[in-house]
Design a protein around this ligand. Sequence first.
Ligand SMILES: O=C(CO)COP(=O)(O)O
Length: 260
Amino acid sequence: MQKKLYFGSNLKMYKNIHDTVEYLQNLVEYTRDLSRDEIELFIIPSYTTLESAAKHVDRTYVKIGAQNMCWEDEGQFTGEISPLMLKEIGIDLVMIGHSERRHVFGETDIEENKKVKAALNHGFTTLLCIGETAEEKNYGISPEVLRTQLKIGFHDIPVSQIPNIWVAYEPVWSIGVNGTPATADYAEEMHKVIKQTLLDIFGDAGADIPVLYGGSVNPGNASELIVQPSVDGLFTGRAAWQADKFDKLIRDAKTAFESK
Ligand SMILES: O=C(CO)COP(=O)(O)O
């Protein structure tokens, strides 16, 4: 059977409630004909839009995720959002350890591990983001960095949780307006390291975890990235923020994906 293509977008700190709901509804309409047995679409909008998005968007077509989450259910954690709060509004997925959380807000691998555990224990699909900085790449230690992020991030996670685990490889130097996209060859090389590490951590079952590439994915590089043997999906920012453009990107990537 053809494997499923994973494709999603992180809306970061953009779009108000109205624009997010309209974007999601348009995306559902544009992509309604695509079989959800063949594609898993997900969008991760800002916190303040989540309740409206969850209410007004048909989530059989698109999973909705949160951009971050606290590891505690409740307590003296001013400014944090608890897993119970996300459960209350019916969120499907939680993203943990996005590069901007790690590098702008100083989150550590040990914190990501606590969040991954909490997200999985509450039954969320859990997307752990990993990636090396430009400096680490220049020192030639990208594989070591990725292995460390995975081994700490998934420390003490039972194999039974694998159906809810996704990984996104997002090299820090490739993300955002100042980013340079990874070449398809480089992405493939790192995805191989990631897949091997998932086998080391979880045994054979680790092979079932989808590994997505993110970082300046655009209409010019999506197809060559998705045809790489170890790339199971794409995770994009800017290139997906208009529903019609994202629909086209999805269809082009899907055609390429099916040819591999
Ligand atoms: O951060 C990203 C997805 O989480 C990628 O963002 P860009 O596609 O805008 O580089």
